[in-house]
Design a binder for this molecule. Structure first.
Ligand SMILES: *Cc1c(COP(=O)(O)O)cnc(C)c1O
Length: 449
């Protein structure tokens, strides 16, 4: 694209596009890239520069861009119908996909309720849990529990269970009250004793005190993504799941970020042998193609919503584009690829190669901690390693490291002072090496002056 067309696009972007999670006053200073197309694991801008997609286009890409099988599935569906509603009608791709999800999900999750984003999939789980207890004759069970630092999306319900001060505090008075369990953030733990055990102890005390009124616990399993990739100790999730069972509290696992292979297994809950009552999936569901989400649940939860029409036990919720056929077709092709290409096996060497590079990064003077579950990685930068002193927010240290990585042909997006790596499952061993080296160099470049 000519320099003139590029300037025109940037000018229109500056005038009309309000970017998410972005301070628009400083946005134009960073010379935004204008992405025009993509190939495999690379994004290509309108100036023909190629960039490795190091955060999978915000955690959604699995098998690479323009994956033939998914392209063809979407095109074939376009020749049939782009959209028909699930309110009062069924559709071929939504049926096939629901059956597929029930097949690959932890045993017992047999019912699939579609929506369009991670936020709505959580919103739906919360409303289902609340209505479930009312219709089971336990209306006192109306409170939710979540972790400190949780992130479950940006709608008001999902923000209520969220716990990230920077994003959520301004809306506090709009939100419903939520009980909290401390986050097992061992690197910055200030309390007594072992961090994970102390957090579980707090959870036990909370359940003992409030269990009778608790509707559900909502949690990101194994690793809290947006909080800065805070990984939970082994057994943490399983213990919370057991507490939920003891106290008759529904367990909602938000697998929006962790689902579909990102932590090394198809779903993160598998690593702790946990079957939640409700499971939220979105981001990777269509392999990065189209917005689609699902809230999966059990026959037990589902059956609480059955009854004669006059009893009004119906779940009165649904978004206009729910179960969109194009998105379902993309998702189905995306999930079939896991079997056809043995993705979970084939990604292991690249994970190993990246893990080796991360060990070297962990030694860096300005790296406090490297946290990882599968291909979800957080590198926490610190001004002073010995004291864990943080860089000030206004320094934008994470952002500057990502700009340095961009100059090395890699797209990243930080979470404050945490550099996030979330490469596609299709990353090769060579790309893993290149990514690790470039990130280390970028950290050195930015932190040395
Ligand atoms: C991204 C994310 C969400 C929100 O998903 P959207 O599609 O952005 O609404 C919810 N939960 C978790 C764990 C996420 O990472």
């Amino acid at each position: 694209m000519s320099a003139e067309s590029h300037r025109r696009l940037l000018e229109l972007d500056r005038r009309h596009v309000w970017h998410p999670f972005t301070q628009m006053q400083t946005w134009p200073e960073d010379e935004p890239l204008v992405i025009e197309r993509a190939e495999g694991n690379y994004l290509i801008d309108d100036q023909n520069n190629r960039y490795f997609d190091g955060v999978s286009s915000l955690w959604v890409l699995l098998h690479g861009h323009r994956k033939r099988a998914i392209d063809e599935a979407v095109r074939a569906q376009l020749d049939r119908v782009a959209h028909s509603t699930l309110l009062g009608l069924a559709s071929v791709p939504s049926i096939e996909l629901a059956a597929k999800l029930a097949e690959i999900a932890p045993a017992g999750l047999t019912r699939v309720f579609y929506s369009d984003s991670g936020s709505t999939s959580v919103e739906i789980a919360l409303k289902m849990a609340y209505q479930y207890w009312r219709q089971r004759g336990r209306p006192e069970k109306r409170k939710f529990v979540a972790l400190d630092e949780a992130y479950h999306g940006d709608t008001i319900g999902s923000v209520s269970v969220g716990g990230i001060q920077l994003f959520h505090d301004i809306f506090r008075s709009l939100l419903f009250d939520v009980e909290r369990i401390p986050t097992p953030y061992s690197y910055r733990w200030q309390g007594e004793g072992d961090c994970g055990r102390a957090c579980l102890k707090a959870a036990e005390a909370l359940f003992a005190r409030e269990g009778r009124e608790l509707a559900a616990l909502v949690i990101e399993p194994l690793i809290q993504g947006a909080a800065g990739m805070i990984a939970q100790p082994t057994g943490f999730l399983a213990r919370l799941a057991a507490l939920c069972r003891e106290h008759e509290v529904l367990l909602i696992c938000d697998e929006v970020a962790t689902g579909f292979g990102r932590t090394g297994t198809m779903f993160a809950v598998e690593q702790e042998n946990v079957t939640p009552d409700l499971m939220c999936v979105a981001k990777g569901l269509t392999g990065g193609y189209l917005p689609l989400a699902a809230t999966l649940t059990t026959e037990d939860v589902y059956s609480a919503f059955l009854g004669p029409v006059a009893e009004k036990r119906t779940f009165f919720h649904g978004h206009t584009y729910t179960g969109n056929p194009l998105a379902c077709a993309a998702a189905l092709a995306n999930l079939e690829l896991f079997e056809q290409e043995q993705t979970l096996q084939r990604m292991k060497p690249a994970i190993g190669a990246l893990a080796e590079k991360l060990e070297r990064i962990a030694d860096h003077d300005h790296v406090g901690e490297v946290r990882r579950r599968g291909l979800m990685i957080g590198i926490e930068l610190v001004r002073v390693r010995a004291t864990k002193e943080e860089y000030p927010y206004a320094d934008r240290i994470g952002h500057r490291v990502c700009l340095a990585a961009r100059r090395r042909g890699i797209i990243l997006r930080p979470l404050g002072n945490v550099i996030v790596l979330m490469p596609p499952l299709s990353m090769t061993v060579a790309e893993a090496g290149m990514l690790g080296d470039a990130v280390r160099e970028s950290i050195s470049e930015v932190t040395s002056h």
